[in-house]
Design a protein around this ligand. Structure first.
Ligand code: SAH
Length: 264
C-alpha cells in the first residue's frame, strides 16, 4: 500500500483528562508504544485490484438476505475487509464467514456485522438523524469499528488484548477515520468518558449484560449484544433504554467468542 502514514491516527482521547481507571491507564501505556511484533495489514494479494467488484457482490448478497439500511450497505461496500485478515486468508475475505485474526479471536461474518449495525440504527434516538455516539466492545482487528465509523458520527471501540488493539490501530491508520477512537482496556466496564451512547455493540458473548453498559446507554439508545443462554448456545439480545426503563428482545442464535474480564 502506498498511502502516507498519519502518525497521529487513530485519535487518542487525552489520557491526562481521564480518571485513572483501567482503560485510561492502559491507554497511557500504549500511546507511546511502537508496533513491535504486530504484523502489517495484509497485502491485497490477488484480490486487491478487483476487490471493489467482489465487495459489490458481497453487498448484493447482504441486501438479498434482508439488510436494508443504505448507510450500512454502503459502509459494507466501502470497507476493504481483505485488509483486515491475514494474507493467507485474503481469498476468503468476502465470503460470509468468520476468520481467525490471531490470539484465538475471529473477525465477525459480514452478515452478522451488518445485521447488528442495522439493529443499532433502529435505536429510538437514531431514527430521526442517524446514530450519534457508539461504543463497541471487542475491537479485534478493527473491521467492524471501521464499518461503524462510516455509519455513526463517533465510535469508541475497546479491546482487552493488547496485540489485537495494536493490530487494529495498524489496520485503521491508513483509513483516516478520525471519528474512530481505539481504546485498550476491559470493555466490561464500558467507557464512561464517552457516555452516554446512542448505541452499544458487543462482539463477544457473556452470560450477563454488564451493568456499566446499561448505565452508559443514553435514554433512547440501544444495546446489541450476544448473550450466552446455556453452554454453547448464544442468542442476539437487543435492549432499548427508555424513559420508563429497559425493554429487551431476544433474536436469533449467534456464535461469538467469549466476553472476558481484565486485560492481557
Ligand atoms: N469486532 C471484531 C470482532 C472481534 S472478536 C470484528 O470486527 O470482526 C471479539 C473481540 O472481543 C476479541 O478480540 C476479544 O479479545 C474481545 N473481547 C472479549 N472480551 C472483551 C472485553 N471484556 N473487553 C474488550 N474486548 C473484549
Amino acid at each position: 500500500m502506498s498511502q502516507p502514514k498519519r502518525p497521529g491516527f487513530p485519535a487518542w482521547i487525552a489520557s491526562s483528562a481521564a480518571p485513572a481507571n483501567s482503560v485510561s491507564r492502559a491507554m497511557a501505556r500504549t500511546t507511546g508504544g511502537g508496533n513491535a511484533g504486530v504484523r502489517p495489514a495484509a497485502a491485497p494479494v490477488g484480490i486487491g485490484l478487483d476487490s471493489a467488484a467482489v465487495r459489490t457482490r458481497m453487498v448484493q448478497r447482504l441486501a438479498a438476505s434482508g439488510i436494508q439500511s443504505p448507510k450500512v450497505l454502503s459502509a459494507m461496500g466501502s470497507v476493504e475487509r481483505h485488509l483486515f485478515v491475514d494474507s493467507a486468508l485474503v481469498n476468503q475475505a468476502y465470503e460470509d464467514t468468520s476468520l481467525p485474526i490471531g490470539l484465538q479471536q475471529t473477525i465477525s461474518k459480514p452478515s452478522v456485522v451488518s445485521r447488528m449495525i442495522e439493529l443499532l440504527e433502529g435505536a429510538e434516538c437514531a431514527r430521526q438523524s442517524g446514530l450519534a455516539r457508539v461504543l463497541e466492545i471487542g475491537t479485534g482487528c478493527g473491521y467492524q469499528a471501521a464499518v461503524l465509523g462510516r455509519v455513526a458520527r463517533e465510535v469508541y471501540s475497546i479491546e482487552r488484548l493488547r496485540g489485537l488493539h495494536e493490530k487494529a490501530r495498524n489496520n485503521l491508520r491508513h483509513l483516516r477515520l478520525t471519528n474512530v477512537h481505539l481504546l485498550f482496556g476491559d470493555g466490561m466496564q464500558g467507557y464512561g468518558q464517552g457516555a452516554p451512547y446512542a448505541g452499544i455493540i458487543a462482539a463477544a458473548g457473556g452470560d450477563a449484560v454488564p451493568h456499566a453498559w446499561l448505565d452508559q446507554l443514553a435514554v433512547g439508545g440501544r444495546l446489541v449484544a450476544p448473550l450466552v443462554k446455556s453452554p454453547g448456545h448464544q442468542v442476539l439480545l437487543v435492549i432499548d433504554k427508555t424513559s420508563h426503563g429497559f425493554t429487551e428482545s431476544v433474536l436469533e442464535a449467534v456464535h461469538f467468542v467469549p466476553l472476558k474480564s481484565g486485560i492481557a
